[in-house]
Structures are given as C-alpha cells and as structure tokens.
Design a protein around this ligand. Structure first.
Ligand SMILES: [Fe+2]
Length: 337
C-alpha cells in the first residue's frame, strides 16, 4: 500500500519555488524563434552561444537558459529559489552532511548559486536572487504566441518514485496528488509543491532521472490556441505533441510541444487550485480509475511516455513497468476504432 510521508513544515532550508531550467540546443537561432514566437518568452540577454529568456511577468533575469552545443541535447540543470541568501548556506551544510555533492558556482545574472545533486544524480541549483528585469505585464502589444507569463513547474522521469518523494519531502515539498496502480497499490507518480499551487516538481515513472518537461503558465485558453497557431505559422506545427486537453489532476488545460531539439515544454493556464492550508492533504488517484474521471479526447501518444531529455552527468536507471496503464492500441480497441 503506497503511503506518502508526512509533510516537513520546518525543513533544513527554505526553498520557495521551482525557478528555471538550463537546456542545450544545437541551433540557438532556431530555438530562440520557437520560444519567443510560439511561447512568447522575452529575451533578457544573448551572450555568445547562450541565450537567457523569461516570461512576460517575471522580474528575475531568466527562467530558461539555452546554450548551443554540438552535443546531443540535454538538460544541464534545474533551478530552485530559496527565501534568502542565508538559506544557501543552510542548504550547503545540509547536502554536505548527507554526503551529496554541493559546490558554489558562478552563473551569469545570478547571485551566489549552490550547485548540488540529489541522491538520484539530478543536477539541481539553488539561488536566492537574479539580476532584476522589468515586468512586461502591461506591454500587451508585445505579446506573441502563448504570452507565457512565468516558469510554472517541471516533471521528471524517475526510476525511484518512492525514494524521490521521500527525499524531496524532507526538503519541505508537500504532495498535492499521488497516483497508484496495480494490485499492490504501487506508487507511480507524485505531484509536489513549495509554492501555493499543486505543483513545482512532478515525478512520474520512466528511465531516469530524465527531464520529461518544463512548463510555463499562460494567461488563458485563448493564448493556448494562439500558441498552437503560432507554431503552425512559424513552421513548428508538427511539434504540437499532445493536446490541447484537460488534466485530471489540477483540472487545468494543457498543451505539450516539442522544441526543435525535442525538449518538451507544456503550456497551461493558471492553476485553478490553491494548495496552502493544512486541510490540503494529498489526493490519491488510481491509475486505472482516473482514466474514467474525465474520459474525453485521445490519450497521450507513446512518445509522451517514452521520450525525455537526459540530465547532464546522470546515467538513467531503468524505469518500472507501470501497472494499470493501457496502450493507445488498447484504448482504441475499447472504443471499437
Ligand atoms: Fe506538467
């Protein structure tokens, strides 16, 4: 029987939210065209082989870093904010005490930054502050594509869902939703958060750790359609991978796109749910039954289950066989198609 560990309300250091991702790309111009025209991200800086982008309302310098290399595309690291500089020192002491890698690194446009790896090899960094940039919230005549507002969450393929849930719970993350499957009630997914919506980081089963997707919040469904239209207009139409559709968990609409290097990005409107009070206990979902909760539209293509971006320096372990999940062929056969 899957159980979720109790929340840690006074963690060893204070993380506030997921903040950014750094991805490698093979053609920076092409990638920038995708993220600025389709998602509507703002370019904060382009310096040599690296571009720094942010959402329209973000005042931190960047939430997406694109670095051009000739190597296979990967995620170099994911980033989280901490409450103050003091929390960085606490984080350094905590990871060091656990025997996990932790070192201070210089990152352009970021104040003091701590680079660590979680017990599963995922490259993570913590930062309290970046170079401030102007909000562009009222410059509505400069909002192309999806008009992405801000970095929202990310999802990771994990070979050790229970272990990941335990570790990130120990850092103060609370579980909003969890998914179980099979006769043994195996834990096969957790939605975890620090900010007051149901997700900052999600762990789902698959060879991992690998980055399944990162997500930007957009103003609404209309902007989702505009992003898809922009994808079509600018030659990225075939990279709309899944959706538009609606999630069961969180009850939020979604569209997943693949960028020119295959990195997956999701766009979603703002969460309709707040998660903050003590009454917000983890909600359990059964993998087989949740299909019947809001069963409309097509299921995800197989690529959505299989493909993910490798993390730099992390060798993925084989993922579990997911109990209770049906294939696209089974889904269509059930409906006589
Ligand atoms: Fe997502």
């Amino acid at each position: 029987m899957a159980t979720i560990p109790p929340p840690v309300f006074y963690p060893p250091f204070q993380i506030t939210r997921v903040s950014h991702a750094a991805m490698t790309v093979r053609d920076l111009d092409r990638s920038m065209a995708f993220y600025t025209r389709v998602l509507g991200l703002v370019v904060s800086a382009r310096e040599g082989d690296t571009a720094y982008l942010r959402g329209i309302e973000e005042v931190g310098h960047h939430s997406l870093i694109l670095r051009q290399t000739a190597d296979a595309p990967r995620c170099e690291r994911i980033g989280f904010r901490v409450l103050t500089e003091l929390e960085l020192d606490k984080a350094h002491a905590h990871f060091t005490a656990l025997g996990l890698p932790a070192e201070w690194v210089d990152r352009p446009h970021q104040d003091r930054t701590l680079s660590v790896r979680d017990p599963f090899g995922m490259p993570v960094e913590f930062v309290a502050r970046m170079t401030p940039m102007p909000r562009r919230t009222i410059q509505t005549d400069h909002f192309p594509g999806g008009a992405a507002l801000r970095f929202d969450h990310l999802q990771v393929h994990s070979a050790e869902i229970t272990g990941a849930c335990d570790f990130w719970t120990s850092l103060g993350f609370r579980t909003s939703d969890f998914v179980v499957g099979g006769p043994d009630d195996t834990l096969i997914g957790v939605f975890m958060h620090r900010k007051d919506i149901p997700w900052d980081i999600v762990f789902m089963p698959g060879p991992g750790p690998r980055l399944h997707h990162f997500a930007y919040c957009i103003p609404g469904v209309q902007e989702m359609m505009r992003a898809c239209d922009a994808a079509g207009i600018h030659g990225f139409g075939q990279q709309v991978e899944r959706g538009p559709g609606r999630h069961n968990q969180g009850h939020v609409q979604y569209t997943y796109l693949r960028d020119p290097d295959g990195h997956r990005v999701e766009i979603i409107p703002e969460s309709p749910k707040q998660m903050l009070d003590l009454e917000n206990t983890p909600q359990r979902w059964d993998e087989a039954k949740r299909k019947a909760t809001m069963d409309w539209g097509y299921p995800a293509p197989q690529s959505w289950y299989d493909d993910a971006s490798p993390f730099a320096g992390a060798e993925p372990k084989p993922g579990m066989t997911v109990p209770g999940r049906i294939s696209l062929e089974q889904y269509l056969a059930q409906r006589g198609r």
